[in-house]
Design a protein around this ligand. Structure first.
Ligand SMILES: [Zn+2]
Length: 182
């Protein structure tokens, strides 16, 4: 089915049944979550963590990777912290993440097939390595992302960041790093 027709038709039905209630854009929990774009987590991570509409800010990336430097996740977290009253950040990785199998070589092979020029691929290989090849294992990646947020010069030094792993099948959540315990 054509995706535009699909979403427009769903939207027609939705707005007929939706009773618009004004919602505050500020997150009630004062929390931002950085998690993976994995399809299994859509409409699953929220109920598994007791999150409702209006409770948190949700930022999603491939493999919930947060690198150092001024990247788009850090920029979004800056908006969360400085503009939207976020006091705590939760990084939520998950088991069986697609980023475990995504590498600079798998990406560059597929980019070649998609007619990206070899010269361009060669140029960006260091960036791909630095990102995709650094993701070895979801647990370690959560720890790295938590540390990159905590050490970011763009965010307050005392920002509270916790790390979790969720099972994308059972929804079982495991606390990996607890900032309340130093
Ligand atoms: Zn993932």
């Amino acid at each position: 089915m054509d995706i535009i027709k699909k979403v427009m038709s769903a939207n027609d039905k939705f707005i007929k049944n939706n009773n618009p209630i004004p919602f505050d854009k500020l997150p009630k929990w004062h929390v931002a979550i950085v998690t993976c774009m994995d399809t299994r987590l859509v409409n699953f991570l929220e109920p598994a963590m007791g999150i409702s509409r209006g409770d948190v800010k949700m930022i999603k990336t491939a493999g919930n990777v947060v690198s150092g430097g001024l990247n788009d996740v850090i920029k979004s977290l800056m908006v969360c912290v400085y503009e939207l009253g976020v006091k705590e950040i939760l990084v939520v990785g998950h088991c069986h993440c697609g980023m475990e199998k995504t590498t600079s070589s798998s990406l560059s092979e597929k980019m070649k097939i998609a007619h990206i020029t070899p010269a361009f691929i060669k140029k960006i290989i260091p960036l791909l390595k630095n990102w995709a090849d650094n993701f070895q294992q979801p647990q370690q990646n959560v720890i790295d992302s938590v540390n990159n947020i905590k050490n970011s010069p763009y965010l307050p030094g005392n920002i509270i960041v916790h790390g979790f792993i969720i099972d994308p099948d059972t929804g079982k959540l495991e606390l990996l790093t607890n900032n309340n315990q130093g």
